[in-house]
Structures are given as C-alpha cells and as structure tokens.
Design a protein around this ligand. Structure first.
Ligand SMILES: [Zn+2]
Ligand SMILES: [Zn+2]
Ligand SMILES: [Zn+2]
Length: 134
C-alpha cells in the first residue's frame, strides 16, 4: 500500500526587510512599493501606494471683485507645480434711483416718466420708463 504524503513547502528562508518605494506615488497618481528580503534582495511582497494629494500653497493674486467680474486667485502645489484657480463671484450692480425725468414730447398728450438708476459702485446706468397718464 502506497502512502502519499503531503509535505509542507520548505520555508524559503528569506528575511523580510523594509518596504521600498519601487514606483513612488505622485500628487495625483499612486505608486507601488515592495518588501525586499534583507539578505538577498528578493521581492517578497508588493503593495500599492495611494496618491499623496497636492501640497497646496496659499491662495495668491486675488483682485477685488467688481460688479461684473469676480476675483481670481491661484494656488500652486509645492511638490509638482500644478496650479488651481478659483474665482469669487461678481458682486452685481448696486443700483439706486439717481433721478427721474419726464418726457412730454414723445407722445403728446401723455407724460412718460423715466427713472434713471445708477450703480453706486461703477456708475453703470439703466432707465425704466413708463407712461404716467392717459
Ligand atoms: Zn532572501
Ligand atoms: Zn502636486
Ligand atoms: Zn456696478
């Protein structure tokens, strides 16, 4: 009678050493690392490294937002030099009723009232006219 024996696979004898970045991660892309045998340098295990993420500096270059355009600021990654910008929203005009006038000539017999609105910040104007009579 034949007996089949199963034998444990002999230990390889490697000595797990430090993990080494074989393909270092960047800000946006992951890499890989390997655990090497400290005696013979064989690769015993591999692992993935997640992206580091950008190392953003401070927001810079912000200009004051105006009625019609926002302020743009930029920041730069200290590691890879990538830039990112953001803009604050435009303020929008701040109109007030500057003055009114009456037009009696365009339509004889009726009075057209014209309201002039002006932006307190940039001076932009618009008018709103309406008939003020029969
Ligand atoms: Zn080894
Ligand atoms: Zn970066
Ligand atoms: Zn304005």
């Amino acid at each position: 009678m034949t007996v089949f024996e199963t034998r444990p696979i002999p230990a390889t004898g490697h000595t797990p050493g430090n993990w080494v970045d074989s393909d270092p991660a960047t800000c946006t892309e992951g890499g890989t690392r390997e655990q090497l045998c400290s005696k013979c340098g064989a690769v015993l295990a591999t692992d993935t490294i997640s992206p580091k993420g950008h190392n953003w500096g401070a927001w810079e270059g912000g200009s004051e937002p105006t009625c019609t355009s926002g302020s743009n600021e930029t920041r730069t990654c200290g590691d890879c030099g990538a830039t990112e910008s953001r803009s604050e929203g435009a303020l929008g005009h701040d109109y007030y009723l500057a003055y009114t006038e009456q037009d009696t000539l365009t339509n004889p017999g009726s009075v057209i009232q014209i309201d002039h609105y002006r932006c307190s910040r940039c001076g932009d104007e618009y008018t709103n006219s309406y008939s003020n009579g029969p």
